[in-house]
Design a protein around this ligand. Structure first.
Ligand SMILES: [Zn+2]
Length: 665
């Protein structure tokens, strides 16, 4: 028996600027399998996550869509949760870095760092877009990497060499917002003195917190010298204002990992856990972060240093993985291989992808290729052909010929013992996040189970009246081997394992349940556990390029007539329409609502309408929508239109005879 551990696990927060895709699913699945494995082993293990919601991209995206950043991140949060649920990701708490809990912890940690002397203030010269009237955050300046000279790199880090730097260090910079060359302006910034923590970080790296190849990368960074980290950004910015610095905001990368703590406090409140048991400097609980290899610098240098500086514990492990490629190439929208979580989940069971990922996922940072042909053959061969086949071959004989009851003893105890003894090496592979090895060993056992049934031939014996007990014994043996395999695969295939638990009439399995066979018990009627994959359906995951079929959207929930009556829809006459400087989506409309006067409305229809063609026409507006302050002015209503976007936007027009101000009901 192992001593129960207390473990807190996170996967990287998911950026709230768009839908989840196969890459996000890899990380969520990798984390979820590890968490489920720990729980199956009887450890106290918690999994927290959430959305990363701050920064300029979110702010600008909300502006271009004519919504507030809060509205944007709330809508995305709902989608992300739904995708994760449907992928069977059992996250114990899913928060958002914009939650009040996060602001509170950010403030506390900042004050601690400041009071301990780890924050420095310096005036820097920063890129400023004189046309858009804003300081340009890192990702809004592009240029040539100062370290390796790769072109077209962002202002905060280089995707080619992994260096981090400030936008001012980029060569040949341009502003992504306006396309102009940024000018430099002075601004006072707040810096976290990373070098204060150099010796402690070096000790941490050698504590086994990261794998050797990552430790090697860190050695390189140490030898280049640790630079102070700019943790402030100037307004306009979507984030938390720094408590003692009006107009200055915490940089998104400061508050994002603190979001793990905020999400955990939400879990603590609900599950009755004590925060300090996990985060006090002397905590003996484990803390594990699962991340992509692109954010190593943040999680292996800045983050442990911020925790140390704020008087908290260090992470036990930071586990990085590679990227997902599709058919050997980087996912790409133009090739149709940018597969969203929803696109996958609309067509396939979550467990197929979970299994495929697990079967290919080692502990290192190599990229993982989703080859669609291999996906089909692997699933059909391993899950349908080998694993489920064991149960489907044996269950019928027990139900039809043995009254649905397993025999009292196994005919081949040594074979069962071999399966039970394979558990520890398989567990060691899971623990080391070497899922590929775990799956390979489990599938080797599945081959042995099928060989056993092939040799015993219950379908021949069942024709001989005196062999009924033998058939029952063989099928009891086969089903028990299947049961062991399902226990070992439960972290990867949780829903199938639950069905199998019900089939055996058992309460939820723990890992140790594999040690003893299930004998003399009644089994439930067998239901199919997995269906063959159709290669054509799998190939259709790749979206044909140039496909303009509108996205399928479900009907919204039913509303009452009272709900509808709250909407005040009015006929409006467009008086003027003009382009909005700095926005490629919006038009500024002045509309006449008859007795209710004139209004200014910003509408995201620029891609489909020439302003000149709109003047004088009648349309429909939501007249009682709360006015929205946008970067370009205040929008006092919403113009109604149908269509998927781009050129496909179709404004509503009332029939002849309608006049400005008339209510639509
Ligand atoms: Zn570079």
């Amino acid at each position: 028996m192992t001593t129960p551990r207390r473990i807190l696990v996170t996967s990287a927060l998911l950026y709230a600027n768009g839908p989840l895709h196969l890459g996000h699913l890899l990380e969520s699945v990798q984390t979820d399998i590890w968490v489920r494995f720990q729980k199956l082993r009887g450890h106290e293990c918690w999994y927290v996550g959430g959305d990363d919601t701050h920064g300029t991209p979110i702010m600008l995206k909300a502006q271009s869509e004519g919504v507030t950043p809060e509205q944007l991140i709330t809508a995305v949060n709902v989608e992300h949760r739904r995708d994760l649920d449907d992928m069977l990701i059992a996250v114990d708490n899913y928060g958002s870095t914009h939650d009040a809990e996060n602001e509170k912890i950010c403030d506390e940690m900042y004050v601690r760092l400041r009071d301990a002397g780890h924050i420095a203030r310096r005036t820097i010269r920063q890129a400023y877009d004189a046309e858009a009237n804003m300081f340009l955050p890192d990702r809004y300046v592009k240029g040539t990497c100062p370290n390796c000279a790769s072109p077209d790199q962002y202002g905060d880090s280089c995707e080619v060499c992994g260096a981090t730097y400030s936008p001012a260090e980029l060569k040949n910079p341009i502003s992504v917002v306006s396309g102009t060359t940024p000018v430099e302006r002075e601004s006072e910034h707040y810096f976290f003195r990373l070098s204060d923590f150099e010796s402690e970080l070096k000790r941490w790296v050698t504590s086994g917190a990261v794998r050797s190849n990552v430790a090697h990368k860190l050695e390189e960074w140490f030898s280049q010298g640790l630079k102070d980290w700019d943790i402030s950004r100037d307004a306009p910015y979507f984030g938390f204002e720094i408590p003692d610095a009006p107009g200055k905001f915490f940089y998104v990368w400061f508050d994002a990992p603190i979001g793990y703590l905020a999400s955990f406090t939400q879990l603590c409140a609900r599950a009755g856990l004590r925060f300090d048991d996990f985060f006090a400097a002397d905590s003996d609980a484990e803390l594990h972060h699962f991340i992509g290899k692109d954010i190593l610098y943040f999680h292996t240098l800045f983050w442990p240093a911020v925790l140390l500086g704020a008087g908290k514990r260090r992470p036990t492990g930071v586990h990085a993985h590679g990227f997902v490629t599709v058919n050997g190439q980087k996912m790409s929208k133009s090739r149709g291989t940018f597969i969203t979580a929803r696109r996958y989940l609309d067509s396939f069971a979550p467990e197929y992808l979970r299994y495929y990922y697990a079967a290919k996922l080692g502990p290192g940072i190599d990229d993982l290729d989703l080859n669609l042909e291999e996906f089909t053959t692997r699933l059909n061969s391993d899950i349908v052909g080998k694993l489920v086949n064991i149960a489907s071959r044996c269950a019928g004989f027990i139900s039809r010929n043995a009254g649905g009851r397993l025999s009292e003893a196994l005919p081949d105890p040594p074979l069962y013992a071999a399966f039970a003894q394979a558990g520890e090496p398989i567990a060691a592979a899971y623990e080391a996040r070497d899922y590929a090895t775990a799956v390979r060993e489990i599938m080797a056992l599945a081959d042995r189970a099928n060989q056993y049934i092939d040799q015993q031939k219950p379908w021949t014996l069942v024709k001989q009246a005196d062999q009924a007990d033998a058939v029952r014994g063989i099928c009891t043996q086969g089903l028990n081997l299947f049961r062991v395999l399902m226990i070992y695969l439960k972290p990867v295939l949780p829903a199938m394992a639950e069905k199998a638990e019900r089939f055996f009439g058992e309460s939820p399995w723990l890992w140790q349940d594999a040690a003893q066979p299930r004998l003399g018990a009644e089994i439930k009627p067998y239901e199919a556990l997995a269906l063959r994959l159709d290669p054509k359906a799998v190939a259709a995951l790749i979206e044909p390029v140039g496909d303009t079929t509108p996205a399928k959207t479900d009907l919204a929930a039913t509303i009452s007539i009272e709900d509808f009556a709250r909407l005040d829809l009015r006929v409006a006459k467009i008086l003027t329409a003009e382009f909005v400087e700095g926005s490629d989506k919006l038009l500024k409309l002045r509309v006449d609502l008859g007795e209710f006067g004139e209004r200014e409305i910003f509408s995201g229809i620029r891609s489909a309408y020439d302003p000149a063609t709109l003047v004088g026409r009648l349309t429909v507006v939501v007249a009682n929508l709360e006015p929205r302050k946008m970067r370009f002015g205040t929008s006092a209503g919403m113009v109604l239109a149908a269509g998927a976007g781009g050129k496909d936007i179709f404004l509503l027009t009332p029939d002849a005879g309608a006049g400005p101000g008339m209510r639509i009901k």
